[in-house]
Design a protein around this ligand. Structure first.
Ligand code: CP
Length: 311
C-alpha cells in the first residue's frame, strides 16, 4: 500500500501516481460515511481547519467545510471581503496571525498562481490549495478523476476531451497532470487565444484544431467555463460565436462515444459553453462531480493530517 508523505497538497503535478491513487481510494471509502444517517466519524477530532478564501466559491468552500465537519474537525471559514484583508493586511501577515491560533490545516483559494508555495514556506501547518489563479485546482482534478473512475471503473486508456479556455483554467491543468499520470489521453480544444503554448509538453496531451476532433469518440467531454474574470481583455468576438464553435449541444455531443459522460466544474454559463439540454441531459455527471467533491476533500484532509486513524 502506498504511503502519503506530503505535508501539503498544492498541485497534482507534485504528487506521484501512487499518491493520487491513494487519495482516490480513500475517497471511495469516505463515501460510505456520506451515505449514513449520522454522517460523522471522529477521525480528525481535535484538529482545526481554516478555510481562507480570497476568491468567490460555492462548491469548493462548502464541500471543504462539510468534509472537515464530517471528520469531526473544527472548521472556521474566512472570506476576505469581511476580513482585515480589506484594511490592507498582506497574505503573509494574515497567515502568521492565523497561525498564532494553531490551526492544523489552512485550505486557501487565492487569485495569484503559486501563492500556496509562498504560504507553505512561511507556516508550519498543512496547506491545501482550493484553487490558485490559473495554476491548479487539485481537489477539482481529483473529484473529476473519481467521477470518471465511477463510470468506467478505470482511468487508464480513457480519451478525455477538455474544451474551452485552457489558458486560464486551473481545472484543466490539474486534470491534465492527474489524468496523464494515471494513463488517460487528454485532447484539448479551444480558441487559439485561449490555448497556452506548449500545453502538449505537460504529458499525453494532444492539441486539436477544432472541437469536433477533440470530442470525436471521447469517453469524457469536460467543458470549461469562460474565465472572463481572468482574461483581462476580450479573447473572443462574442459569446454567441464562441458557443457556435466551442459550445456543447445536443448535436455535437453525439460525436462522443455512446456511453460518454459530460462534465463541467461549475459554475456553468448555460447557453455559452453548454446548452441546458446537455447540462440537464442523461449523459451529464455534473452533480455527481459535486457529490464526489465532499469525499475527495475528506480524503485530502485525512491524508495531510497523517492518515493514521482508522476511518
Ligand atoms: N468548481 C469550483 O471550483 O466551483 P466553485 O468556484 O463554486 O468552488
Amino acid at each position: 500500500m502506498a504511503e502519503f508523505k506530503q505535508k501539503h497538497i498544492i498541485a497534482l503535478r507534485d504528487l506521484s501516481k501512487e499518491e493520487i491513487e491513494l487519495l482516490l481510494s480513500t475517497a471511495e471509502s469516505m463515501r460510505e460515511v456520506n451515505s449514513r444517517d449520522i454522517k460523522k466519524v471522529p477521525t480528525l477530532r481535535g484538529k482545526t481547519i481554516i478555510n481562507l478564501f480570497y476568491e468567490a466559491s460555492t462548491r469548493t468552500r462548502t464541500s471543504f467545510e462539510i468534509a472537515g465537519k464530517r471528520l469531526s474537525a473544527d472548521t472556521v471559514n474566512i472570506t476576505t471581503s469581511s476580513s482585515s484583508t480589506t484594511k490592507g493586511e498582506t497574505l503573509a501577515d494574515t497567515a502568521l496571525n492565523l497561525l498564532a491560533m494553531k490551526p492544523d490545516i489552512i485550505v486557501m483559494r487565492h487569485a495569484v498562481s503559486g501563492s500556496h508555495y509562498f504560504l507553505a514556506d512561511k507556516v508550519n501547518c498543512s496547506i491545501i490549495n482550493a484553487g490558485d489563479g490559473a495554476h491548479e485546482h487539485p481537489s477539482q482534478g481529483l473529484l473529476d478523476m473519481l467521477t470518471m473512475k465511477d463510470h468506467f471503473g478505470r482511468l487508464d486508456g480513457l480519451k478525455v476531451a477538455i474544451v474551452g479556455d485552457i489558458t486560464h483554467s486551473r481545472v484543466a491543468r490539474s486534470n491534465i497532470q492527474g489524468l496523464t499520470k494515471l494513463g488517460s489521453s487528454v485532447f484539448v480544444a479551444g480558441p487559439p487565444t485561449m490555448m497556452p503554448p506548449c500545453v502538449e509538453k505537460l504529458g499525453n496531451v494532444t492539441v486539436c484544431a477544432n472541437m469536433k476532433e477533440a470530442i470525436q469518440d471521447a469517453d469524457v467531454v469536460m467543458m470549461l467555463r469562460i474565465q472572463q474574470e481572468r482574461q483581462g481583455k476580450t479573447l473572443m468576438p462574442n459569446t454567441r460565436e464562441y458557443s457556435r464553435y466551442f459550445g456543447l449541444n445536443p448535436l455535437n455531443v453525439k460525436l462522443a462515444k455512446p456511453n460518454a459522460i459530460v462534465m463541467h466544474p461549475g459554475p456553468i454559463n448555460r447557453g455559452v459553453e453548454m446548452s441546458s439540454y446537455v447540462v440537464d441531459g442523461e449523459q451529464s455527471w455534473i452533480l455527481k462531480q459535486v457529490e464526489n467533491g465532499v469525499a475527495v476533500r475528506m480524503s485530502m484532509l485525512y491524508h495531510v493530517c497523517g492518515g493514521e486513524v482508522t476511518i
